[in-house]
Design a protein around this ligand. Structure first.
Ligand SMILES: Nc1ncnc2c1ncn2[C@@H]1O[C@H](COP(=O)(O)OP(=O)(O)O)[C@@H](O)[C@H]1O
Ligand SMILES: O=P(O)(O)OC[C@H](O)CO
Length: 497
């Protein structure tokens, strides 16, 4: 019997492939960063061919690194940066435009129009989402409206739309399977999360032909098999979920009330709400967690657009650190931020503010402000944003969180995790495997092919690495947080015409 599962974790800044064994242990992992394209301020694109090529390169590389035979892989699970939009020609297989990334703000005016018409309320009800340039719907419309001949071709059925999961599965399968899963569909702003189908009224409003949309399947399901020319064998592709939902699954948050926070490019807190789609009154999203075992389960989500990406900004743009882990070293060289707050609203602000026109701000600078303070304030901004969404989530769900499960690249930062626990006043638990996104995709794939039998078996694989207890007194906590709220006010609406 095949001994491993391979996950493709196609993230915002890198493509990653990881091979897991039955105990959920990482056998080998390989990562490749790819180009971020910023054609204008606030615009973000990726080259879909580079995404595909980098993903295949790391997949082949990780098999070699692990020293295993492709025939030893029982299934592949796919997980992806969500919302990022690719439109391609069905006949040539070539994208007609770069992928418009979830962070891209170019469709803010289309969103404003929807809001002005009052159509946003309908969208909120049907899709669980807030009208924002974040989601795929307005991105598809933009491509159809702006790429020459696109709309005509789409109407003739010659173009296909997909998020990155769909794009990868279409390229991987010999039969060119055009599918997505419930969790990804729920991020398009085109999918009715209650009726579980593409919403004709929204499609008509955005003028998007339904025939270009993928078929929506469960998250644990055999969608197809890899073309033999890729790995030399046909491997079932059996799991598909948006990366944040996959992380919720990988953290074994299977019961209502269980929550996790993933610190990657952005930061995403999700709470399982079971078979109930809980509406939010605080600016959170109601989203599909996954479709499995013949049913769909929901989650409440707080989406923070910039988290680890702010650390990359310190490294690549400000060039005041050489690598991400160094941020911890510098942060610990000072006692506090000396009154400095960084609001990394580089692409607007997501939950709970939803301000497409907010922009990054540094406030509280004095003559004594050093790079250590700015670095520390940048790390702290990740924790403050998390507190914003945790408060919203507790209010919407009526559940007081006993502990927060964390994961993702930046959760490796012990300073950040301790400050997180301090500023929330809630313990933080980091598991041994922080690659829970990939792990969740593996679990979904493994369940579909009988590699794992049930969720109970998977739950036993979760082990804590480090537990962080709040160590800050309440007065200090609230004083610091008050300063953050003031800083956020300064960042809001900055880029509004
Ligand atoms: N030790 C660290 N401290 C702070 N940030 C870190 C650290 N290690 C990684 N990061 C940040 O985490 C992000 C990478 O995490 P990852 O989970 O791989 O993200 P993604 O899936 O979004 O590409 C990067 O933005 C990086 O700057
Ligand atoms: O690339 P990540 O891991 O930051 O995830 C991006 C999210 O899926 C965007 O919604």
């Amino acid at each position: 019997m095949a001994k491993y599962i391979m996950a493709f974790d196609q993230g915002t800044t890198s493509s990653r492939a990881i091979i897991f064994d039955h105990s959920g242990k990482i056998i080998a992992s390989l990562n490749k960063e790819f180009k971020q394209i910023y054609p204008k301020p606030g615009w973000v694109e990726h080259d879909p061919m580079e995404i595909w090529e980098s993903q295949i390169e790391v997949a082949k590389g990780v098999i070699e690194k692990a020293g295993i035979d492709p025939g030893d892989i029982a299934a592949i699970g796919i997980t992806n940066q969500r919302e990022t939009t690719v439109v391609w020609d069905k006949n040539t297989g070539k994208p007609i435009y770069n992928a418009i990334v979830w962070q891209c703000r170019r469709t803010a005016p289309i969103c404003d129009e929807l809001k002005n018409k009052g159509f946003d309320k309908k969208i909120r009800e049907k899709t669980g989402l807030v009208v924002d340039a974040y989601f795929s719907g307005t991105k598809v419309k933009w491509i159809l409206d702006n790429v020459e001949g696109a709309r005509e071709k789409a109407e003739k059925g010659e173009l296909l739309f997909g998020n990155i999961d769909t794009w990868l599965i279409w390229n991987l399968t010999s039969g060119k399977v055009h599918v997505t899963d419930y969790s990804n569909a729920s991020r398009t702003m085109l999918f009715n999360i209650h009726e579980l189908k593409w919403d004709k009224e929204i499609l008509a409003e955005l003028n998007i032909p339904e025939q270009m949309l993928p078929e929506v399947k469960p998250s644990s399901y055999v969608y197809g098999y890899t073309d033999k020319n890729i790995f030399g064998v046909e491997i079932p592709i059996a799991g598909d979920a948006g990366d944040q939902q996959a992380a919720l699954f990988g953290q074994a948050c299977f019961k209502p009330g269980m929550a996790k926070n993933t610190y990657g490019t952005g930061c995403f807190m999700l709470m399982n709400t079971g078979e109930k789609a809980v509406p939010s009154n605080t600016g959170l999203l109601t989203t599909i967690a996954w479709g499995i075992d013949g049913k769909v389960e929901y989650a409440l989500e707080g989406s923070i657009f910039i988290a680890g990406a702010a650390i990359q900004w310190l490294r690549d743009e400000l060039r005041i650190i050489d690598n991400s882990p160094q941020s911890e070293e510098y942060a610990l060289k000072v006692e506090d931020t000396n009154g400095v707050y960084v609001v990394p609203a580089f692409v607007g602000l997501g939950a709970p503010y939803w301000d497409m026109y907010a922009r990054g701000t540094i406030v509280g600078l004095t003559r004594g402000a050093k790079r250590e303070h700015i670095i520390r304030a940048t790390l702290e901004s990740i924790a403050y944003q998390t507190r914003d969404v945790l408060e919203a989530m507790q209010e919407d769900s009526g559940i007081k969180l006993q502990a927060l499960k964390v994961d993702g690249g930046a959760s490796a930062n012990n300073f950040l995790m301790q400050f997180q626990s301090d500023i929330l006043g809630v313990p933080v638990d980091r598991p041994q495997v922080i690659e829970t996104t990939a792990l969740g995709a593996s679990y979904l794939a493994g369940l579909a092919v009988g590699f794992w039998n049930n969720k109970e078996e998977i739950e036993k694989n979760w082990n804590v690495d480090k537990h962080f207890e709040p160590a800050m007194d309440n007065e200090k906590r609230e004083k610091l947080y008050k300063g953050w709220k003031k800083a956020v006010e300064r960042a809001m609406k900055w880029a509004e015409e």
